[in-house]
Design a protein around this ligand. Structure first.
Ligand SMILES: [Zn+2]
Length: 298
């Protein structure tokens, strides 16, 4: 059977010899946090909502037989340790999304060291895995705090996925390498920096990986861009958040959060699950560590 006619669904392809696993095309990653605590009040308690929403994601991933990577915030791990066991039991990878969700660019070296220690300990205590990869809250490693990578390496992290390779309003570094890079640090250590997906041609770069663009771009454009990145052997790392899987997540905060903020945060959420289903159907997504090892990165 010619390969062009081989039907494929998510991670599987039907060949004349039977059904087999497709090579991984991209990493599906989730930053596990609770919306109100991570976006409005860092001192607020973590609510059950995060558990409900992660369970929705686990069901969806199971349906398409896709394994993913969950970057779990330490305070979530501390509050709901069983959730991490459930994630692991399904064969997914667990890594770190910091402890408090405070942005790194507001921290001193000593504060960052403490944040990283807590972020690692809470996740490791909850599920017993060894944490080696990190994604900063709100991509908060920028030009002026690139030294944060040194502290990450000193704290035992070998891979980071915190630098957004486009300058955005609050984060990102213009012109940063869009592919993985083994980044030498001033303290003599090195760390793999693996940015999330952006589509680029010349100086034009468009975020493809997650957030508002990911929710709002016409699906056909998003898919075309992802296909072209995969065809040119670019690393495709996409990210999402548990609360994006809940249409009514923000309704509970009508009295405490302004209408305008809720409106911008809510854009594109109505059709989000449908979009994710369609992507899981069409692309062979997998775990971040699987994608890295397929490129010789450990
Ligand atoms: Zn986050």
């Amino acid at each position: 059977m010619p390969s062009i006619s081989n039907p494929s669904i998510g991670n599987w392809v039907v060949q004349s010899s039977g059904v087999s696993k497709r090579p991984i095309e991209g990493a599906f990653t989730i930053d596990v946090e609770d919306w109100y605590q991570s976006s409005v009040d860092f001192d607020a308690p973590i609510t059950e909502r995060v558990v409900r929403n992660v369970n929705t994601i686990l069901e969806l991933l199971k349906e398409f037989d896709v394994k993913a990577t969950f970057f779990v915030q330490g305070r979530v791990a501390e509050t709901f340790p069983k959730l991490l066991e459930d994630i692991l039991a399904e064969g997914h990878e667990i890594q770190s999304h910091g402890y408090s969700h405070r942005p790194l660019f507001g921290m001193s070296r000593a504060e960052l060291r403490q944040e990283l220690e807590l972020s690692r300990k809470t996740v490791e205590d909850a599920c017993g895995v060894s944490v080696t990869a990190f994604r900063a809250p709100d991509f908060s490693i920028v030009q002026h705090n690139l030294w944060a990578l040194e502290i990450l390496a000193e704290s035992g992290f070998t891979v980071d996925s915190s630098i957004f390779p486009i300058k955005m309003k609050r984060y990102g570094i213009a012109g940063w390498e869009t592919g993985p890079r083994y980044y030498p640090l001033q303290n003599g250590a090195s760390i793999w920096e693996v940015p999330v997906a952006v589509w680029g041609r010349g100086r034009v770069r468009i975020p493809m990986a997650g957030g508002g663009y990911f929710r709002l771009l016409p699906e056909i454009i998003l898919k075309r861009a992802l296909h072209s990145m995969i065809a040119s052997k670019r690393m495709v790392v996409i990210y999402c958040h548990p609360y994006e899987f809940s249409k009514n997540e923000l309704d509970a905060y009508r009295k405490t959060v302004s209408r305008r903020f809720r409106f911008t945060q809510n854009l594109g959420r109505g059709a989000f699950v449908k979009r994710i289903r369609s992507l899981l159907q069409e692309f062979a997504f997998g775990r971040f560590d699987e994608l890295l090892s397929s490129r010789g990165i450990k």
